[in-house]
Design a protein around this ligand. Structure first.
Ligand SMILES: Cc1cc2nc3c(=O)[nH]c(=O)nc-3n(C[C@H](O)[C@H](O)[C@H](O)COP(=O)(O)OP(=O)(O)OC[C@H]3O[C@@H](n4cnc5c(N)ncnc54)[C@H](O)[C@@H]3O)c2cc1C
Length: 327
């Protein structure tokens, strides 16, 4: 079924965990797949940045397992050296990627055809074929999976004059996200705020979490990642980085103890999906061979993104089988 150079059975837009999980499953079933990712790195919100040679996770800090199927998968990741337990809280193990959260995504994507710095800006569907364009290239496929946060999928579906996925556009629009701002600080000395390396703020406070990176194990030198609460992020999102950093640091009770060597700030427009009433594990268009998956479904966390990716892949495989295009 493999077509030629920029033609694939299936294109996946977004190399976050949802897109990667789906692509792996599709490839295992014999489908030719290419993932198009707008960023230089892969992993989406499993994100890590280097600061003076040290790795700071600035998206998800950890993940948990609630569903049996994901628990079994994570046992495999641990056996393969991709993930490890970090600490336990309220009866739930908090897991981390080995080395950093993005190394987990990189290892899960090993062997997949991932094209980076390919920001998809238009999609068209005609005569049973999708044409998916980035600034650099044009790709074609039979089945299209959008594995981006729902608002970015909506923007793509509404990018042209044609209407696609009209049947599921309204549902996609109900999937909304909270913002978050992450501030990474490389420090001169340890703060030793907790045994685990993770401190949580109360809902509504400016700071949602503080991670001590050397305790977590991503940096050799002292460092922290401060992640804002959603109300703070909403208020400061449009402000310059300096003002945001000052406001976030001002909210720290131990600000006077900080000796900052280097810092970096990341704004997340789509950080945590808000609760909604959907029970589907992914969305499928009734009119075109078009799907949407990711943490918009199942659960608003790493686990949800992964399980949605697996379930959407099964649906796509089934559609190839029904069409007699896959054994
Ligand atoms: C600050 C923060 C803290 C978090 N903390 C936790 C936590 O502690 N525990 C937990 O379980 N979860 C946490 N999460 C949520 C978790 O990271 C996500 O649920 C999960 O990683 C989502 O994966 P995904 O594949 O659905 O989407 P994403 O990881 O967002 O992947 C989507 C990908 O699509 C790409 N993309 C978008 N538009 C385009 C385009 N037009 N063309 C090409 N590519 C495109 C993006 O660049 C991205 O790589 C956190 C998230 C953030 C941001």
């Amino acid at each position: 079924m493999v077509l030629s150079a920029l033609k694939f059975d299936c294109l996946v837009v977004g190399a976050g965990l949802g897109g990667i999980a789906a692509a792996r499953k599709l490839v295992e079933a014999g489908v030719s797949v290419c993932i198009l990712e707008k960023s230089r790195g892969i992993g989406g919100r499993l994100a890590t940045r280097r600061l003076d040679g040290e790795s700071f996770d600035h998206g998800a800090q950890f993940f948990t397992t609630r569903k049996k199927s994901f628990e079994k998968e994570v046992e495999q990741w641990i056996a393969n050296g991709i993930a490890q337990s970090w600490f336990e809280e309220s009866g739930h193990v908090r897991y981390r990627g080995v080395g950093a959260m993005n190394s987990m995504a990189k290892q899960l994507a090993a062997g997949l055809d991932v094209r980076r710095e390919q920001k998809v800006d238009s999609i068209r569907f005609a005569n049973g074929v999708w044409t998916v364009r980035s600034e650099k290239d044009s790709f074609e496929c039979e089945r299209l999976l959008l594995a981006t946060p729902a608002p970015q999928a909506v923007a793509l579906l509404e990018s042209g004059e044609e209407t696609f996925g009209a049947d599921f556009l309204d549902t996609l629009k109900t999937i909304e996200y909270e913002k978050c701002i992450s501030l990474m600080l490389l420090l001169e000395s340890e703060l030793n705020l907790s045994d685990s390396g993770l401190i949580k703020g109360e809902p509504g406070e400016p700071i949602a979490t503080i991670t001590e990176t050397s305790i977590k194990g991503t940096t050799g030198r002292p460092g922290i990642v401060i992640q804002s609460g959603s109300e703070f992020a909403e208020k400061y999102f449009g402000e310059p980085a300096d003002s945001i950093s000052t406001a976030l640091l001002g909210a720290l009770p131990f600000q006077d103890k900080l000796k900052v060597v280097d810092m970096s700030l990341q704004k997340w427009r789509f950080a945590k999906r808000k609760e909604h009433g959907l029970s589907a594990a992914f969305l499928k268009s009734e009119n075109e061979p078009l799907w949407h998956a990711g943490d918009g479904y199942v659960a608003a966390r790493v686990e949800g993104a992964y399980l949605s990716g697996i379930k959407v892949a099964n649906s796509i495989i089934e559609s190839f089988r029904k069409a007699g295009e896959l054994a």
